[in-house]
Write a protein that binds this ligand. Structure first.
Ligand code: NAD
Length: 260
């Protein structure tokens, strides 16, 4: 599963799952643009990859800002020599009951997940079509692309919507050699999840240990968290897959929480 000569831009890659994908793709030979709101973190990750012999740059990007997305993808393509792979991964979580969900929080979350996916997709497709080489787009979905959980209305709605976006990209992109797929992880112990454990304990009136056992991992086959490495391996498999036999699809990586 090699990516020699390929250029990948990964959003939200200063932390968690995005960072692990950046590391795995760099090991496989790709040049990486680490696009993140957290530019210090993006630069630090790029420096780590460069120190290991890879080619990587940090790119300042708020994925909800059209001008920043355009400028960031332009910088990445010009500096690294094109764009072959986009991973739309940046995301946040806000946990509150639906009947009192603030509209501002709804809009913020949906914008990061969906506007961010759209804006990065549009900018990437323009380059992938123009180059004549096609490319691959991966969306970071979730088991919440397939199932609902209490307290996560905008997240569940946005993650379901990414399936529709990927299917549309698969259809429009096919004649240009562009594939699109969605990765749907179960719970992965990143900062995004660590933050939710005390929040959910408070809202549900249970212990933090019970949030992990009875909420997060209750439906898995073995009570084990999915890891960032599990997700990065799946991403590499999808990114290196050679044909459009795999496009418009979603893969659940979750220790059996949700089976298709
Ligand atoms: P994380 O908090 O570790 O990393 C998220 C990154 O996104 C951070 O570096 C943050 O700075 C960046 N980011 C946030 N808002 C941004 C914006 N507007 N523009 C650019 N960058 C922004 O989280 P993670 O757990 O690694 O999550 C990554 C993706 O994986 C998210 O889409 C999340 O929904 C998804 N996911 C996570 C889990 C999990 O259990 N951790 C499960 C399924 C799906």
């Amino acid at each position: 599963m090699r990516l020699d000569g390929k250029v990948a831009l990964i959003t939200g890659a200063a932390s968690g799952i995005g960072k692990a994908m950046a590391e795995r793709f760099a090991e496989a030979g790709a040049a990486i643009a680490i696009a993140d709101l957290n530019i210090a973190g993006a630069e630090a990750t790029a420096a780590e990859l460069t120190a290991k012999g890879g080619r990587a740059i940090g790119v300042a990007m708020d994925v909800t800002n059209e001008a920043e997305v355009e400028a960031g993808i332009d910088k990445a393509a010009k500096t690294l020599g094109g764009l072959d792979i986009l991973v739309s991964n940046a995301g946040i979580q806000i946990v509150k009951p639906l009947h009192e969900f603030p509209f501002a929080d709804w809009k913020k979350l949906v914008s990061i997940h969906l506007d961010g996916a759209f804006l990065t997709t549009r900018a990437a497709l323009q380059r992938m079509y123009k180059s004549g080489k096609g490319g691959t787009i991966l969306y970071m979905g979730s088991v919440h692309s397939k199932e609902a959980s209490k307290l996560k209305a905008p997240y569940v709605a946005a993650k379901h919507a990414l399936l529709g976006l990927a299917k549309t990209v698969a259809k429009e992109g096919a004649e240009h050699g562009v594939r699109a797929n969605v990765i749907c992880p179960g719970f992965v112990r990143t900062p995004l999840v660590e933050k939710q454990i005390p929040e959910q304990a408070k809202t549900l009136g249970i212990s933090e240990e019970d949030v992990v056992k009875k909420v997060m991992l209750a439906e898995t086959v073995d009570g084990i968290f999915t890891t960032v490495e599990d997700v990065a391996t799946t991403a590499l498999f999808l990114a290196t897959f050679p044909t459009a036999a795999l496009t418009g699809q979603s893969i659940v990586v979750s220790h059996g929480w949700h089976m298709e």
